[in-house]
Write a new protein. Sequence first.
Length: 301
Amino acid sequence: MTNYLRSHLRQLEAEAIYVMREAVAQFERPVLLFSGGKDSIVLAELARRAFYPGRIPFPFLHVDTGHNFSETLAFRDDLVKRLDVELVVRYVQDSIDQGRVVEEQGPLASRNGLQTVTLLDALAELRIDAAFGGARRDEEKARAKERFFSHRDRFGQWDPKQQRPELWQIYNGRKRLGEHFRVFPLSNWTELDVWFYIRARAIAVPSLYFAHERPIIRRGDMWLAAAPFLELLPGERIEPRRVRFRTIGDITGTGAVESPAATVDEIIAEIATARVTERGNRADDRRAETAMEDRKRQGYF
């Protein structure tokens, strides 16, 4: 790693830690939204460093769709145990059972969009006024409209035209009763930055990110992990492939990529030449051109 890049990572790390400390100073009941993916894992490491030698002063919140990778859940449980941090889990299945959401039907059904209601209910139940998220501005065009402190109204909705200016690293966390903020310490990071940081800090990530053989279904131009709740379409079949995942989410919408990359260095080399963004393999983002922005306006992560 070059001296410039090491300096660049140090600046990103210092900025993210500053944002975290500023949020904890301004808000009373923050929480870290934890998905088990690399970005939220890096957030967890930054939180550990930001408040060391004390404990991380806020819980982690995971919205479980019921269709998660088992590797993700196992990694999550091990990480919170090592960090000695409180983990709060809320389930989309509970929202379905309570009639709060209606589950999609058919072979293309996904629970990904249902997470919004479960998340907003959890934030209201826990009286959260700031939720840390791992969004990056290179991730998807709707993400680029965010600020470090991203205001949400009392319905949990986001209006990009109402975001506040952030000059000279001054963050305005003022809010009315019932409103909250999403806080994005990784706003100036890229996917490559995240992986360089993972390498520099020797951060463990789930095995899903590394090339391995698993049963896969070819659906259109995507590879999806085979699962009992994933209904096959006519002509589809399950076959073994050596793949890895660039992003981790609900199994029904998270596409794999064929890859030989089995180490962090190999992943970095692969991403550096990739022409498709990591969310280019997310089926939920393909439902409409503005799918992510529409969900963010409704209160999605």
